[in-house]
Ligand binder design. Sequence first.
Ligand SMILES: C[S@@+](CC[C@H](N)C(=O)[O-])C[C@H]1O[C@@H](n2cnc3c(N)ncnc32)[C@H](O)[C@@H]1O
Length: 495
Amino acid sequence: MRKKNEYELKPATSKNTNIKKAKDWESQLPTTPSRTSPRWVSPVKPKDPPVDLSKLERIEFNGTTFYLLYSRGTVSPLSESEFETLCADIADRTTVLVPIVLDECYIIIDGEHRLRAAKKAGLKQVPVQVRPGLTEQEKWQMAEDLNLHRRHLTPAQIQEMITENREKLPEMALKLRQEGNSLRQIGETLGVSHQQVQNLITAVNNLTPELPEQVKGKDGKKYPTKKPVIQVNTTKELQRAITACQAAGAENLPNRSIELKRVERIARETERNRLRQQEACDFKSGQVELLLGDFNIRGQEIQDNSIDLFFTDPPYDQASLILWEKLGAFANRVLKPGGLFVSYSGCLYLNQIYPMLDKHLSYLWTAAINHSGAKKKIYPVGMNQAWKPILIYYKQPKDIYWPTIPDMVSGGESKEHHDWEQSVGEALHYITAFCPRNGVLLDPMMGSGTSLIAGLQSGLGLKCIGIEMDKATFIKTEQRINTFLAEKNDSAIDK
Ligand SMILES: C[S@@+](CC[C@H](N)C(=O)[O-])C[C@H]1O[C@@H](n2cnc3c(N)ncnc32)[C@H](O)[C@@H]1O
């Protein structure tokens, strides 16, 4: 009989909105000999700012520093009364309507006055458009154009300005359109109706047979090129957007309006491609052992009857179904008698997964992760998925050595380390319940190593073994584990 754990179960804490996607897997990678020293992965080189930021004037807003450059020289300062009107307007609406426009170094291209007014009005958030990949010339030009047309002017002043710049309006309308603005937005900016904007654009298109920046579409026709635009609403999102833009590189972003999550996905893929060029080999540090390669091969190095808890998370797509039978057989060989197999799974192919596992292990239960946040639409079955199964099997004999635990928990969503990253809280719930003190935990498809982090966090003195076949994922996981161990060490020293 196993000893019951001498600790209390920790309830899963954060919210869960985990979403997974099917993916083709890389072929197995060659492995190299084991190393024990920690290896740090060099961070993505941040984009060099065009100037020394420390020399620029700045605006601190809700913990974020914005720099002033392009608005200098292109924006004439508002008079005190104009600024007060703007502040009163923003305070009245408790929001800023027109986004602040920034480059990827937090330098304001447009919206300095709006940001100052928002700060004065005590707003906590402002809408921001991040415009990565613009040349210096484009940024200065944009600052000038937008200032000319977005300044907080009285209707009379707008009318006067439009009259003065009447001959420039069609070009301005076209430029704003190419930047991804709607007809209504452009109309608001230029002080004309959206139908008039359409007429202006048609006029300039007819007048200008060869527009300066064009791309050829699939249909062979030419379309105006755009630049990437990322629209965010909070300073936290802004920080994510800038980090992701810098990691992805503006040249890897589509030239149109893109969602923050997509920029982050592109950033992760760019990072993975970079990591794939690096050398990688097995890793060992203290109680952690990471093996690079396919579990079907590297798993052969794991001794029979040596694992207390087999905790994993295979890909959920149809092509990966074949893995389940192999996982079942592998778990049956390496688990200690009475040891548990716990695995995340999708719902779509459960009818095929159960029989494969049944061949090698004994069924105990199907627990659930509650997706407390955004739900995922599963189109082939017309379902909005709100939960995810956790399949629990055991290797004979049956031994219920843990105290009764809830079979539904909610985890938090994080995709910082892996596109299919799970929450540490969920893993901790099962690991603290099912792993005996000083036991051995194995995740043969560890991804970003969430289960191993949970194993280390459990305070049970576990030996944690992980296997991963994707080199980029492996390197990032090694880095994550190293960081975790270093922080743990630091806090131990501080005490
Ligand atoms: C769903 S992800 C795991 C995510 C993980 N739970 C996390 O929180 O990051 C599955 C992982 O299994 C890896 N994988 C797929 N087939 C594998 C195999 N045959 N051997 C080892 N790793 C494999 C993939 O590269 C991927 O990183």
